[in-house]
Design a protein around this ligand. Structure first.
Ligand code: SDX
Length: 376
C-alpha cells in the first residue's frame, strides 16, 4: 500500500507570506490584504510591488516602479526577429514559453540569483511578455507590430499593442482587475514548478519558462480556454442542462469547476462573475453570460454538495471574450499576470533556500538479473 500523497494533496511544501487561502471559507489575501480590496482599490503594478516587497508602495516608490516598467516594456529588434521566425501556426502559450527562454540569451549574466538581480530580470520578463504575445498575435493575423506606449499601464498597453488602439477606461480597468486576481495563489502547480527550479539555484528565466509550461495544462491555467471551448459547443441556454448532464454521466470534467484547495466559492470567481455579467451586457454578449450562469446552476444542483464550484478560470473565459481576446490568448493572459507571483515565490524561496527534493516510494521488483538482448 503506497504511502505517497497522490497529487501531493495536503502536503505542506513551503512557507510563504505571499498569499493566504482559506479553502473552507473562500478567502484569499495577498500579504494579508483581501483580494476583493485589491481588486477594488489597487492596480496591477501596485500588486506586483506588493508581492515582490511584501508591502504596499509609497507614492514615490510606485511612481519609480512605473517608470522602471515603462523602461522595460519594449522588446529588442533581435527579439522581434525571433518572434517572426516562429511558425504562425504555433500556439501562443508555446510561443510565450519559447520567447521567455530566449530572453535569457540576450542577458549577459542570466544566471545570477542575487535577489535584486532576480527582481530586475523578472521585471524585464514581466514587462516584455505583453509585447511578445501581441507581436506574435499580430504577425499571425498579418498585422504590423505596435510598440508599447510609455504613457499606458501594463493592462492598457497590452490591449493597445493587441488592437492598435487605446482601450476604453472600462476595458482597461476590467483587464487590470483580471491581472490583479490572477497574480498569485499559494503553491499551485506552476508556482511549485517554479520554486523547484529556483531551488536548484538555476535562473529566473528557467523558473518562469518552466512555470509557463506547467500553467498551460488544462487542469491548471489552460482550463480558461477549455471553458470557452465548452461554451462555444453549447448552442443555446436551453441546451446547457443536457450538455452538462451528459458530460457528468461520462465522468468528464467540466472545465472551470472544482479546486484542490477551495471547497467553497473561489473569491476570484465571485468577482469575475460580476465583471463578466457587466461586460457581457456592455458588449452584446449576454447570451454567453447566460450560458455560463446556467452551467453554474446545473453544476451547483448536481455536484455543489461535493464542494465543486466555479474556480478562477470559469468566469474569466466570458470576461476575456468580452474584452475581445481570441480564445488561445486566454491562458497567456493568466501567465502574464502570474509571472508576478512566480517571481514573488522565487524570491521567497531564495531567502531560505534548500534544494526541493522529495522522495518516492519504490514499488518495483528487486534483484532482477540482466537478460542479454538476444534472450528477451
Ligand atoms: C487553477 O491550485 C491552484 O491554486 C490553481 C489556480 C491558481 O490560481 O493557480 O486556482 C488556477 O488551476 C484552477 C483550476 C482549473 N482547472 C479546471 O477547471 C479543470 C477542471 N477541474 C478539475 O479537473 C479539478 O477540480 C482540479 C484539477 C482543479 C482539482 O483536482 P483534484 O483536487 O485532484 O480533484 P479530483 O480530480 O480528484 O476530483 C475530486 C472529485 C472527483 O469525484 P469523485 O471521483 O470523488 O466522485 O471531484 C470531482 C471528481 O470527479 N470533480 C469534478 C470536477 N472537479 C472535480 N467533476 C466534474 N467536473 C469538475 N470540474
Amino acid at each position: 500500500m503506497s504511502t505517497a500523497a497522490k497529487g501531493l494533496e495536503g502536503v505542506i511544501a513551503a512557507d510563504t507570506e505571499l498569499s493566504f487561502i482559506d479553502g473552507e471559507k473562500g478567502v484569499l489575501e495577498y500579504v494579508g490584504i483581501a483580494i476583493d480590496e485589491l481588486a477594488r482599490h489597487s492596480s496591477f503594478e501596485e500588486t506586483v510591488f506588493l508581492l515582490w516587497n511584501k508591502r504596499l508602495p509609497k507614492k514615490n516608490e510606485l511612481d519609480e516602479f512605473r517608470t522602471l516598467i515603462r523602461k522595460n516594456s519594449e522588446i529588442s529588434d533581435a527579439t522581434v526577429a525571433q518572434i517572426n521566425a516562429l511558425p504562425k501556426t504555433a500556439q501562443p502559450m508555446h510561443a510565450l514559453r519559447t520567447m521567455v527562454s530566449y530572453l535569457a540569451l540576450e542577458d549577459s549574466e542570466p544566471n545570477s540569483v542575487k535577489p535584486d538581480e532576480v527582481q530586475r530580470k523578472a521585471l524585464s520578463i514581466l514587462c516584455k511578455a505583453p509585447a511578445i504575445v501581441t507581436t506574435f498575435d499580430r504577425r499571425r493575423r498579418g498585422l504590423e507590430r505596435v510598440s508599447p506606449d510609455p504613457d499606458l499601464s501594463i493592462a492598457a498597453n497590452f490591449l493597445y499593442m493587441l488592437n492598435g488602439k487605446k482601450p476604453t477606461e472600462t476595458m482597461e480597468r476590467a483587464f487590470d482587475v483580471c491581472l490583479i486576481l490572477h497574480a498569485d495563489h499559494g503553491l499551485n502547480a506552476s508556482t511549485f514548478t517554479g520554486r523547484v527550479i529556483i531551488s536548484t539555484l538555476s535562473d529566473i528565466y528557467s523558473t518562469i519558462t518552466g512555470a509557463i509550461g506547467a500553467l498551460r495544462g488544462p487542469l491548471h491555467g489552460g482550463a480558461n480556454e477549455g471553458v470557452m471551448t465548452m461554451l462555444n459547443e453549447i448552442p443555446s441556454v436551453d441546451d446547457v442542462e443536457k450538455y452538462v448532464l451528459d458530460k457528468l454521466k461520462r465522468k468528464d470534467k467540466i472545465m472551470g469547476f472544482g479546486h484542490r484547495v477551495y471547497k467553497a466559492y473561489d473569491p476570484r470567481a465571485t468577482y469575475l462573475k460580476t465583471l463578466a455579467k457587466q461586460l457581457a451586457s456592455d458588449t452584446g454578449n449576454s447570451d454567453l453570460y447566460e450560458k455560463s450562469h446556467r452551467v453554474e446552476e446545473i453544476m451547483d444542483r448536481e455536484v455543489g454538495s461535493k464542494g465543486i464550484y466555479p474556480n478562477v478560470d470559469f468566469y474569466s473565459a466570458t470576461t476575456y471574450h468580452c474584452i475581445g481576446l481570441q480564445l488561445d490568448l486566454f491562458t497567456p493572459m493568466f501567465a502574464l499576470s502570474r509571472i508576478s507571483g512566480w517571481t514573488g515565490h522565487a524570491l521567497e524561496q531564495l531567502e531560505t533556500n534548500r534544494l526541493i527534493r522529495p522522495g518516492a516510494e519504490y514499488n518495483g521488483p528487486h534483484g532482477v538479473s540482466y537478460t542479454p538482448i538476444e534472450k528477451r
